[in-house]
Design a protein. Structure first.
Length: 73
């Protein structure tokens, strides 16, 4: 499975940036993108290990159920 790199803007707006097959190149790319950000910019960059871009977005997205404990039904 590849690593997907996303640009995340306010209000959880995701923009797919790149795909890397290995961890180190993905990590280096994210670090360089973060280093180039302006100090007052609210944008962030994240990478995620997923099968597809859509799955990566879903894993990064916060939901109202994030605080629910598994098995707490």
């Amino acid at each position: 499975m590849p690593f997907f790199i996303f640009k995340i803007r306010s209000e959880n707006k995701f923009e797919f940036i790149a795909e890397e097959e290995k961890y180190r190149p993905a990590r280096e790319k994210v670090r360089s993108l973060r280093a180039a950000l302006e100090p007052d910019d609210s944008t962030t960059y994240r990478m995620v290990f997923a099968k597809t871009v859509g799955q990566g977005e879903k894993l990064l997205a916060t939901t109202e159920h994030d605080d629910k404990i598994i098995g707490d039904d």
